[in-house]
Ligand binder design. Sequence first.
Ligand code: PBG
Length: 327
Amino acid sequence: MTSHPYIRPRRLRTTPAMRRLVAQTSLEPRHLVLPMFVADGLDEPQPISSMPGVVQHTLDSLRAAAAEAVSSGVGGLMLFGVPRAEDKDATGSGADDPEGILNRGLRALRDEFGDSTVLMADTCLDEFTDHGHCGVLDHSGRVDNDASLDRYVSMALAQANAGAHLLGPSGMMDGQVGVIRDALDDAGHTDTGILAYTAKYASAFYGPFREAVGSTLQGDRRTYQQDPANRDEAMRELELDLAEGADIVMVKPAMSYLDIVRDVANATDAPIAAYQISGEYSMITAAAERGWIDRDAAIMESVTSIRRAGASIVLTYWATEVAQRLG
Ligand code: PBG
């Protein structure tokens, strides 16, 4: 005689209605943020070959894609600027130029959508520097932390003036949140928030993004982004960002760092964002193109798992599509 289990977890998995009833993690359009690229000097949107389905936008196509995203109900838009190659320089002057492409894009979106969506800006120099680093270099070619902070302050003010609701300092310079907060407050931008890239790792999965923004990076970012081997360091970065005035804290990438998302969620009541980055998008897209995985199921599973790990907000290149699917 075999003994039979009298507790049967499978009972709660029997029907779609039963599974829906007990599902612990929910996904709603408002949880999703769409990262977008706006490029200078384009006549029409430019596909990004390593990210099939994602484009560098013109100002017109940016407005149209943003309108589609907003009407799908996404929680916000995160904008990146792609200047013309000849406009890049050592200090990234296109970043704080009010006529730089990112600031023009921000103004266009704020004019169009007002406060009906949350407009976020990447506050980082790498798209604008000719060497491709997130800061300015000192005489020996190292990224100079404090000189970079001065540039971030100027960039942040330009972005706040252009209409961004949230600034996303992503350069991993020490003190970046604090100096930006001070500068915003001094300029009267007390309502402009900071979505801090708190735990940003030096990841191989950013590869396709570098094509997306036409990056010219020489070397790597290991002297400022976190070592993938480190877990506790994220807690230290979290304490600093909160003390410096971060409104929302972000972990990036997402899928290889779900343990960090959970650590951060356990450690703070501040809203937590996680960024499902370019390489995560491209891996799923490429495997699906080969017929190796079910694309739609993999997208939903990956985004849901990031929510389950503890992120309230998920930045994903599938934001509009997922929001539309959720209805
Ligand atoms: C830096 C920045 C990067 C990404 C977002 N902000 C690139 C990097 O740090 O190398 C990556 C986003 C992605 O891969 O989707 N401005």
